[in-house]
Design a protein. Structure first.
Length: 451
């Protein structure tokens, strides 16, 4: 960028950063309903009705399936990440379904104010006994209009098993976890709803049985109404118009996660909807697209070297990193689908190796660890090759002006894992030059052009 344009972009970054903090909105909401569900399981083969007693719970826990982890396409049992039992084929009584409808209206007002209606599809019944837990994770998207999850906690006494959400929402930080209250000894049910890509977890249950009704949240219409959202001051809007008039195409990273099935203005959540609205208000042409972010970082440290895992980024303290440049190129839909396919294929390879190790007497040995390393090397090479293809495909297209933003923890929006198809790709180290690494991140962004 020329110096004047660079100064304008820097001013815009500061304005958007301040705007993001003031217009963040809610990312979770909790409450209480003065009722308890009667639950039918496996078409009447089992049931759970208030008042809930230990004999019911012990029987159900013995009958339940071990909960799994993974994406919609690839799931597996992993007791290091999740230990609980579940039932997928369940129904609740009509009276409590009415309570769920009332809860959905509260959720709509807080998390999806543009939606004409929010639906809570009863999805699973989860049971946690002593020693059970669920490590930090995001929820897999089960439907194109799914935007989050609703958990209803049945009033059953237990200790531990605290449900927590991350205050920095889409990134993991042990210090950022917020406890969600659960009134275990009441005559009704506590509940919490949250965006699906907000990181959350369940701490280890110390005693008793924790029982949770899990619902998928879907919206009708649009997540956020443009007319009632805040916008940037007129001076900032004028700066945007000036940049666009000069021919710049702006790429602004979105905070939340979106998939190939949920990419468009109607799916935008919280602050992302605010951003879309403020650029749309300038008269610009605004689209929601996937972009490939390229972040080259040089490492200045007297003692550099690799460890044995697949992630180069943790080989050096970030205090030694000096970012050289970052930029973004548009990703056509063909490459989004190819990225998903690569991700699924690699996940299947990794699952096969882990299953083989789990079924081997004595568990994992050095041969299985070597096979996992081969899978990770294959993954890195596949994503790097794909990233280079994407960059090559855009060589003759106008450059995008990247307007980088930071999360509450001070890291770039672009540096985070998303629901599916968006991962961190690394190219490794570059010859005998100053130690440097390039990171590739495919993610959703606003593409802002002159109308």
């Amino acid at each position: 960028l020329d110096p004047m344009a660079a100064a304008s972009v820097s001013t815009l970054q500061r304005s958007l950063q301040s705007f993001a903090a003031s217009a963040a909105g809610s990312f979770y909401v909790e409450g209480f309903v003065d009722a308890c569900p009667s639950i039918t399981i496996n078409a009447g083969k089992a049931a759970l009705s208030p008042p809930y007693d230990n004999s019911q719970l012990e029987m159900l826990y013995a009958l339940g399936d071990q909960s799994q982890v993974g994406t919609k396409e690839q799931t597996r049992i992993c007791l290091e990440a999740r230990k609980s039992k579940e039932f997928a084929n369940i129904d609740v009584d009509p009276k409590f379904q009415g309570c769920l409808n009332d809860i959905c209206e509260v959720i709509r007002q807080q998390l999806a104010p543009g939606a004409t209606k929010v639906h809570a599809d009863v999805y699973k019944l989860l049971l946690y006994q002593e020693g059970d837990f669920f490590h930090q994770h995001m929820d897999a998207q089960q439907h194109s209009h799914m935007f989050g999850s609703l958990l209803v906690f049945l009033p059953i006494p237990y200790k531990g098993g605290v449900f927590q959400v991350s205050s920095v929402q889409t990134t993991w930080d042990e210090r950022s976890m917020i406890d969600v209250a659960d009134r275990k000894d009441s005559q009704g049910c506590s509940w919490v709803a949250f965006y699906g890509d907000v990181i959350h977890r369940v701490t280890k249950v110390e005693s008793g049985c924790r029982v949770v009704l899990n619902c998928m949240l879907r919206f009708q219409g649009s997540m956020s109404p443009a007319k009632c959202l805040p916008t940037l001051p007129d001076s900032d809007q004028q700066e945007i118009r000036k940049l666009l008039a000069e021919g710049h195409q702006l790429a602004i990273p979105l905070f939340y996660a979106y998939t190939s099935e949920s990419i468009g203005p109607e799916f935008l959540k919280g602050r992302d909807a605010y951003f879309f609205n403020t650029f749309y208000a300038t008269g610009a042409a605004v689209e929601v697209k996937f972009v490939l972010c390229i972040d080259k970082t040089e490492v200045y440290t007297p003692d550099y070297g690799h460890d044995s895992d697949s992630d180069d980024s943790d080989d050096f303290p970030e205090s030694d990193w000096i970012k050289c440049f970052d930029r973004a190129v548009l990703v056509n839909h063909e490459y989004v689908l190819r990225s998903l396919k690569v991700r699924e294929d690699i996940a299947a390879m990794e699952a096969a190796v882990r299953e083989e190790g789990a079924n081997t007497t004595g568990g994992y040995g050095s041969s299985h660890k070597d096979k996992l390393m081969e899978v990770w090397t294959t993954r890195k090479a596949a994503f790097s090759d794909l990233a280079e293809e994407i960059i090559e495909s855009q060589m003759d297209e106008p450059l995008l002006t990247w307007v980088g933003l930071q999360r509450e923890d001070g890291k770039d929006y672009s540096r985070k894992s998303l629901w599916e198809g968006e991962s961190k790709y690394t190219t490794g180290w570059l010859g005998n030059m100053t130690p440097a690494v390039e990171f590739y991140y495919m993610r959703a962004a606003l593409l802002v052009r002159k109308p």
